[in-house]
Design a binder for this molecule. Sequence first.
Ligand code: SAH
Length: 351
Amino acid sequence: MTLEAHLLDRIAREGPLSVAEYMTDCLLHPTLGYYTTRDPLGAAGDFTTAPEISQMFGELIGLALAQAWMDQGCPAPFTLAELGPGRGTLMADILRATKSVPGFLDAAQITLIEASPVLRQKQRDMLLGSAVHWIETTNHLPDAPLFLVANEFIDALPIRQFVRTGPGWRERCIGAPDGKLAFGLGPPGKWADLDHRLEDTKDGDLIETCRPAQAILDDIGHRIETFGGAGLIIDYGDWRTLGDTLQAVRAHEYVDPLSAPGQADLTAHVDFEALCADVPCAHTRVTPQGIFLERLGISQRAEALAKTGCQARKDVIVAHHRLTHPTEMGNLFKTLGLFPTNGPPPPGLDP
Ligand code: SAH
């Protein structure tokens, strides 16, 4: 059975699906989902990410986490966690870069949260030789100081969409009126937790919510506040999003999100304001990735790598540009730092 057939069957039985239900099936259906059945990253895949572009990204993130750990008195043991680690490249670069930080790796219990069995295997291969373990959700994190990174993870979590109608909203959903998947709108209703968006929207505007992201931030924020630690959340999005940001990417091209369920990556922009609205620890200002990486010293690192050879020089210049330039990933991607109230913010970020 194809995922499309499964979705049509589900709609016939249960009625229209919310965008969140559609995203969850598309990305994580146990046998037909996009992430569950493939490694989507890299030139031969559907999309690429900062750690896959250059080792500089993971090295700087690793050193930022190690600095945050030292700023909090080198707690031991602690959890070094990553959410949605893809191929394990970011964690491999973090581990290599922090080898020279005295005591850091000895005290680190490396924990990965990954839903895809295919990508878990990739991570196992990439991190061979390091003691790594996997858990299902952030609820299962140990009660210990938590130093965590999540790059392009929150954007993969299921969103719901609502269209403003007068003083209320209609949920955008996916049905199959002519036997083909199509967007539609549910009946008008009121959602108390959307009331604050009545201030900045007008009739016909579309807003998005991502409860699973808020639940995860609540969980890790609670641990950081209680046990100490720091979180670096890096993703595309803005302080407040407005409008339809659901997008599908296949073979490095945008496609219609309903055209190839389970065959294309589905993401949505991160609404950082909603993400940190109730987070139970302190958070930094949202900082563009380019500025964050420059503050961490990406230009100095690029110069050092460029000295290793002519090809290296060319590659490093291209990678530096892609990661930091405002017309590339530098401005679209943002970084949010989490830290304990009364503790120091992670390096490169403003409280
Ligand atoms: N961070 C990596 C990969 C980003 S792709 C990088 O920067 O290269 C998104 C990752 O999140 C994949 O590893 C995917 O399998 C994982 N993922 C998506 N939804 C998830 C969920 N609900 N729980 C755990 N992992 C998830």
